[in-house]
Design a protein around this ligand. Sequence first.
Ligand code: NAD
Length: 486
Amino acid sequence: MVEAYKMYIDGNFVDSANKVTFESYNPENNTAWSTFPEASIDDVDKAVGSAKKAFKTWSVLDVKVRAEYLRAIGDQLFDNAEHIGRIETIDSGKLFKETKFQAQYMKEYFHYYASLLEEMSNEKIIQDIDKPDMEVVEVSEPIGVIACIIPWNSQMFLTATKVAPALAAGNTVVIKSSELAPAPLAEFAKLIDKTNLPAGVINILSGGIDTGKILTSHSDIGKVLFTGGTETGRHIIKNTSENFAQLTLELGGKSPVIVFDDADIDNALNNITTAIFSGNGCSCIAGSVLILQNGIYDSFLNSLKERAENIKLGSPLEEGSQMGPLNNIKQVEFIEQNIESSIQQGANIITGGKRVEGCYFPPTIIECPDRTVNTANTELFGPVLSVIKFKTEEDAIQIANDNDYGLSSGVFSEDEEKCKRVSKSIEAGICFTNCYRFISYAASFGGRKNSGYGRESGSDAIRDMQLKKTIWVSKAKVTEDPFKIR
Ligand code: NAD
């Protein structure tokens, strides 16, 4: 039976005002398994209106009470991780062991921002003010209603990194789930409801591009937290020219990983496998370009090929599966087209390269002469590793930076000084040294260049959800000439 989900507006589970729905597909068998309301302009208006109303009381609520609500949301995620994980896996194709882990771990994000909220002060006296008889205080205030736009992958993670600091700072939110996998957020709404969070503090809409456009350009939205593709990011920038909403953009990536001759080979092999093949390669930080030094090039590539060919593809719900299906057929076709054109540009397939069946795509390694080849410069969001040979450290850095993206990167060498030098020279928001694919609530996350701007996670994120107000207080009556510049 096809499950009919609802949206969550003003504390109620509702259909869209015009009753329009859309289907979501299970990528394992490419069949529709659930339906969702397509939020109309009226629904967006209702959700934003509800969040605006809730802001009045939520923003001034005692911090201890606010913190307890945050902890309760985190606890619900932890207690229901198995269920949320299963639903996310059915809807997106991401492995169950990952979706379950992420739902569980997201508890930590809500608890972390709850603790920060209890500890932080929102008032700072400016000490070195040069005006006599003046006291100047900088006050940090919540922004208002924040729109959160979520892509189809890592939904609970990408929701927690936005919602936890936004609520902690005193804002209310309207979240729009991805039309490609909206179920986890519809399930998240049920968990929020159990916490008795005041109505309107979190609203969850389902819908596609039009819903996203209406929401991000709405006049009552003060900030947009967006995660998605770089091209969509360009649209979001245009949408917010309507309402001057502040923006955090977490966009796509084409992350280079440099392996030097003096690396710990086994460790590098393990981490390259994680970087590109775990999560089916559908990760914004996937290390999709391997820059490999000439001394170990052939032997390393041989071992990597062997590992790739031993990866177990299977149902994403099975504990033993190491890779599942990609999210949709269009993604599979996009990858195949790019591989095809790359071969014409001089690339050479080492393993994989063609779909297995349905949305299943095998681990693929492709040797590229340089980064002008399509698979080496385009985000494919799949298990495709482009490999480029280098001789010197300067060459490696040049190849790593020869791209418009700047999200993640990696460097593998047993020479600590070399690792430090290289990690400083790479134009990216994240660099993993002798490791790959770690996240933490306490470590900031985000990109540079066409991978976006602003940061999520870490202690600064809560400040990014606030606005500063400068309050001047005169300690003496001003009796001097009113036309004198002060
Ligand atoms: P997408 O850009 O197609 O869609 C993302 C969201 O934007 C969806 O909810 C979609 O409905 C909405 N949207 C689309 N057009 C819009 C518009 N004009 N106005 C408002 N909203 C609009 O991305 P996707 O395919 O769902 O996800 C994959 C992409 O997300 C990849 O590029 C990946 O790298 C990126 N991503 C980035 C990060 C990060 O933290 N940097 C994390 C995960 C995924």
